[in-house]
Design a binder for this molecule. Structure first.
Ligand code: SF4
Length: 253
């Protein structure tokens, strides 16, 4: 028996594992997922401070980032939503109707915590925006004075070809708003008083991984393995990449 190395190995681990996918008690490449999420919250508070009375998470994956945000900002932390633990994760369910139904079944507001407060609501990511839109409406109905949304990852703009079901680029909220001001466009679409996303650089720094050794493609469109052939979403991505290159070229001209 003989073995030989036929190609140089490179590593490009999924950054979304740290942001949302992995269990918080996981350790990936020597870094605790819970510690990354706490640090993402602190980073978010440094990048996008907010005037608020209460920092509250979207349970449960937004919780460590909300704790980090509260620690860094000095704004008190509280639980303004309760979660029904029997309903599955929202963005990987198959149809729009089931997803929207899922949101209602999943989270309930605690009116006595929310009423009259300027809330800083921390979530892990925005993919389609359905959860956040329904949630902000629910918080206002429960008496929130202001709702400032802070997201512990950058806007998801690009599809994943490596196994995560974000569906087509057209279904991602970041692609359905004014491309000249994506953040304001998303804030308007979900009904937030203000919105901030942690930067790609801030997210990678929180992971403590080498930038060249992580995949951030769904956030920055840089696919470490290139695009798959014959995939209809790949053709859409090529068009998006060409449009972005043209925009960058005209900005530098
Ligand atoms: S594109 Fe990369 S970072 Fe995003 S979910 Fe897929 S593997 Fe993870």
């Amino acid at each position: 028996m003989r073995s030989r190395r036929f190609a140089k190995t490179t590593h490009a681990g999924c950054i979304f594992e740290y942001v949302y996918l992995a269990r918080p008690d996981s350790v990936i490449r020597g870094r605790s997922v819970n510690a990354v999420r706490l640090e993402l919250g602190r980073q978010l508070a440094r990048e996008f401070p907010a005037d608020g009375d209460l920092v509250m998470p979207v349970p449960e994956s937004g919780t460590p980032a909300a704790v980090g945000y509260a620690q860094e900002s000095g704004i008190p932390f509280g639980q303004g939503l309760t979660k029904n633990g029997y309903v599955g994760r929202t963005f990987i369910q198959p149809s729009q109707t089931i997803r929207q139904l899922g949101i209602r079944l999943k989270l309930n507001p605690l009116k006595e915590v929310i009423a009259g407060k300027r809330l800083v609501v921390v979530d892990d990511s925005i993919v389609r925006g359905n959860t956040q839109r329904a949630l902000i409406r629910m918080l206002r109905e429960a008496g929130a004075k202001e709702v400032h949304v802070r997201i512990a990852s950058p806007p998801v703009k690009w599809p994943c070809f490596y196994g995560i079901d974000f569906a087509s680029p057209g279904e991602l909220l970041a692609n359905g708003v004014d491309e000249n001001d994506v953040v304001q466009g998303i804030a308007t679409a979900i009904g937030a008083d203000s919105l901030g996303f942690v930067s790609v650089e801030g997210m990678v720094a929180a992971s403590q991984q080498a930038p060249a050794e992580v995949c951030c493609a769904c956030f920055d469109g840089k696919y470490p393995l290139g695009l798959p052939e014959g995939n209809p979403n790949a053709a859409a991505v090529e068009k998006m990449q060409a449009a972005q290159a043209a925009k960058n070229a005209s900005a530098t001209a």
